[in-house]
Design a protein around this ligand. Sequence first.
Ligand code: F6R
Length: 602
Amino acid sequence: MCGIVGVIGNTETTDILLNGLEKLEYRGYDSAGIYVNDQNGKDFLVKEVGKISQLRNAVGPDVQGITGIGHTRWATHGEPTVDNAHPHFSSDDRFYLVHNGVLTNFNEIKSEYLSDVQFRSETDTEVAVQLISKFANEGLSAEDAFRKALGIIEGSYAFGLVDTQEPDKIFVAKSKSPLLIGLGDGFNVICSDAMAMLDRTNKFVEIHDGEVVILEKDKVSISKLDGTPVEREYYTVDIDANDISKGTYDTFMLKEIDEQPVVMRKISSHYLDGNKVNVDPALINELKEADRLYIIAAGTSYHAGLAGKEIFEKLCDIPVDVEVASEFGYHMPKLSKKPFFLFLSQSGETADSRQVLVKVNELGLPSLTMTNVPNSTLSREANYTMELLAGPEIAVASTKAYTANIAVEAVLAKALGEAKGIQAAIDLDLKAQLAMAANGIQTIIDEKSLFEGIARDYLTDKRDAFYIGRGVDYALSLEAALKLKEISYIHSEGFAAGELKHGTISLIEKDTPVFAFISDKIGQDHTRGNIKEVEARGAKVLRIVSSDFAQEGDQIVLPEIDQMISPLISVVPAQLIAYYASLQRGNNVDQPRNLAKSVTVE
Ligand code: F6R
């Protein structure tokens, strides 16, 4: 999704902007631009469709200054064109604006306030910059014009605004979309994600919704929309620069798949002291009171929630509903008497999940966010946070955050189950299981060439593919199919193995690839029956089977692990198959078309 960077007070502004935008590339975008002002009457605007490398080529050596804003745009209103790319500017060339989010009332603003303005773009953002300019031309200061516009604008936004008449300031505001301030030595920055500026600073200040920030080179003034000043301390981000580079890998995705054993060990040593679980006792006490757990998430995190359902229900004796965030918020079912909300989000910024959390907070209901980004919006706004500890995940396709999420769900389930005196939780040696997961994942990733061959054998020239399974394998099939479709662009579906014959089996023809998971004890015989059904119709089936249930002829036999957390291991073949299928088709594995890493619009 759109990414914002900005800097004030640094002679390397152009470099800082371009490097920062490169670090935000992972979020997904289709055009980019920068605006640079030398605070001495000269300024530059460069915008390009395509990659940052194209923008870099278009930026001449004369583009230098000490104030600047930059943007990667993921098209929402209007196609990816230079005119629609940010920064946008007012008709009088006075104000330059970058924006992340969606303004819901931009049409109303256009007709009510800006009927005489000639627009250059189709974007909602241009409406905002023209509105600010209109108020300034009516006699307001830039700051007051900005505040007045913010009072009218509805929707989601993170804004960085430069006024050419006061280029020693950047005017900043946010609502619902992420934005941070970074504190440099003699200069200051803004960014959608700390990663964009980690090579310049590790000190960051949060901006809360509805706040306005005036950023100067040596001063940060935060206030509420009505002008009331706000004091806020900075926090430090401890991410090793190596964590956000590819190192010796060609792609982030493969690096992140390979990091999963380390992540399992990190989760184990952080949360488990022998068999004792370290989880906030206040959280466990609150959860003990709950009569139902609502897991809210999107995409891969939703699939991690489906896998978690079985773990919580078994270990904690609590009913669990797993809900797609974008549906749940607007069609909330009748809640139980004592609900507890668990938000799963790698980025901690997903707008669909966030809108549910806002409603949950309005209802005064308790919540926990499991996230990979501790200072993210969902983390700040929930009552409790548990970190996934996966390290930065840069590839758009989520891999290590999925397995980390399931492992952290298992940690929480064990802590809660033990507190409730449930024998299954007391008996579970999670430390040993996570060690088995780490070793099991390693065994699979040591066999990469096997999966490279499978991708070639099963998926070359194929349009469709299916993943099937029952129980925990059904939840896993949904994730496996998502991984394959999002990066290889092969149409793939995850199916409950038993449901296939109720319609979808009509799509099976000669050599249709069907990947079948068998880790579920109760369902295994029936799944094997379903495999026979599709084979009888010509499908080319790959059986991926837990060692406990392996039979002669099964092609992939997975290392041993408790069935409940088996997706920790069984997802890895699917990640690798998707990875190689994408590579073999010549796709951009890390940044698949149309997708964004941090989905900050609803
Ligand atoms: C798929 C993927 C997405 C995300 C989804 C939610 O590989 O990464 O489906 O899982 O956009 O994102 P988070 O977890 O950041 O809330």
